[in-house]
Design a protein. Structure first.
Length: 139
């Protein structure tokens, strides 16, 4: 079992559960986690759009956690694990870097949101990359 990939899976799963929390708890959670006032207002108004968007993100993060757990040897092997984990790592890395470019123009979110979320994405990317490097030859 690979502790870095287990950690990567737990991090993605935690992010997925926090997104589920936004759906369940609504506008206050959207605001707290920096999703933007527009998403919070839509949630308050009962608009389905925040739920659909957040559900999509939750599903993606859940699948990503499964791929990390698969590569770590915790669950059965999933198809294209090596390729998918490279893509996941790249997305986390690019999201982490890109977010810092939005600090001066936060696009409806706070600068703090971009700093925190980007930093978290960079940490998750590094954990994925280290874990992936450790199991590369066995995938």
């Amino acid at each position: 079992m690979n502790i870095m990939l287990i950690s990567a899976g737990v991090l993605s799963a935690t992010a997925a559960f926090l997104h589920l929390g936004c759906i369940y708890f609504g506008a206050s959670w959207y605001r707290f986690f920096g999703a933007g006032e527009q998403m919070a207002l839509m949630a308050e108004q009962g608009n389905i759009q925040p739920t659909l968007i957040t559900s999509g993100i939750t599903i993606v993060l859940g699948v990503w956690s499964l791929y990390a757990f698969s590569a770590a040897g915790m669950i059965t092997a999933l198809p294209f694990t090596r390729t998918v984990l490279v893509i996941i790592s790249t997305i986390y890395l690019l999201r982490g870097i890109a977010g810092f470019f939005f600090i001066s123009n936060p696009l409806g979110r706070s600068a703090e949101f971009w700093v925190w979320s980007s930093s978290i994405c960079l940490v998750i990317a590094v954990v994925h990359i280290i874990g992936l490097k450790q199991v590369w030859s066995s995938l």
